[in-house]
Design a protein around this ligand. Sequence first.
Ligand code: HAM
Length: 439
Amino acid sequence: MPTFRAPRGTRDLLPAERAPMVRLEQVAGELAARYGYHPIETPAFEQAAVFERGIGEVTDVVEKELFFVGAREEESERWALRPEPTAGIARAYVQHGMQTWPQPVKVTMTGSMFRYDRPQAGRYRQFWQFDVEAIGDPGPAVDAEIIELAARFYREVGLSDVTILLNSIGDPACRPAYLEELTAYYRRHEARLPPLERERLARNPLRILDSKDPAVADINAGAPVATERLCDACATHFEAVREHLAALGVAYRLEPRLVRGLDYYTRTTFEVFPAWAAGQQSAVGGGGRYDGLIELMGGRPTPGIGFGIGLDRVLLALQEQPARIDAAEAILAPEPAPLAVVVGSDPADTATRLRLATELRGAGLAVRAELGRRKLGKQLEAAARDGAHFAVIAGDELAAGQVQLRDLEAGTQRPTPLANLARELQRAARTHHHGLEDD
Ligand code: HAM
């Protein structure tokens, strides 16, 4: 047993996992830019009140899952690691007076989030999210634009078969009457509610509807739904969101019991699941409108909408996905092998090998230098094991300004003047897709 291990619920992303994650981040960044979202970065921790007020006191995320950051004794602040990006971005919007910028302010952030969750498959205490937020647009068109953007992300990374669940949960005009009705319903079933849900009944009955407890499932199945009790303004908004989605050809399923786990949501909410995994635990993303959040953070009333996509779960889903999709294979592919490895006949002359490799790297090529002091035969074996296409062999001809360029795949070799080496390798790199893609 090693002395130290990564904390429970966290994991090391070794290169085989980190490389696909980086590719997901690249697709995310490129896609967000195409839709006009600008990168933003907020701190990994905030005053705990940002989350308590923004996400809601009576939510799993705040009640059970905040990671508090120990402040030094002289500090009176309470900090917590960010469990999600939206509250911090809303805090930044207010702090930097972004309401004076052209609206909507469209920002994106990809990074790790922290929740003191019960660890299980696809549920980690540190996980990665691709997040976008459009603040300052009441919709409904932007709601559809954001849902279509999420749908495109899954498609572009090769997660072919996802189901988008869509709902509207109303706003402060229609929510109180709905909550009253919901509370009355649960009161009638109070005896059958588990203790935690019973306690939430008085404080936040919507959370019961969101409960993952199987004991509550059949009670929830008969609970009144928000969609049927929307005020005229919310109903009109929802109808228009659906019209825009239809115009974009985005497929979704109405799910009137979808409430989501964070309190800031108003009106449009959505959640995305791999089509073959119906379980509530496996959402690969979710989002919605939060027209009251900026005000909660101390700003002027400002509407907003966004989503968060769980990149860890997207990776898992890509690995589990039954279909073979080229885009998914490209995300999951091993890292490319070096184009060339510089080897040499004098095992001790590491300086020459390193110098040649450095020049080639300077020319933009992916080149490894053999820095061990093994015999040439072993150096060549290692180069082949790396999957390199070429070996650059430094030998006696170096004095005459030449090396041997061996094509490890073709098994051919020819003397090449140093002056031409980078150019020849560049030409080969353009025509050759090195790495395992050739298989
Ligand atoms: P959320 O549904 O709490 O929404 O999280 C978004 C996604 O993050 C989930 O669908 C899931 O894929 C992933 N996720 C959540 N918790 C974990 C975990 N413990 N381990 C692995 N993945 C996880 C939000 O966070 C909102 N901020 C989304 C949003 C943005 N709404 C408006 N703007």
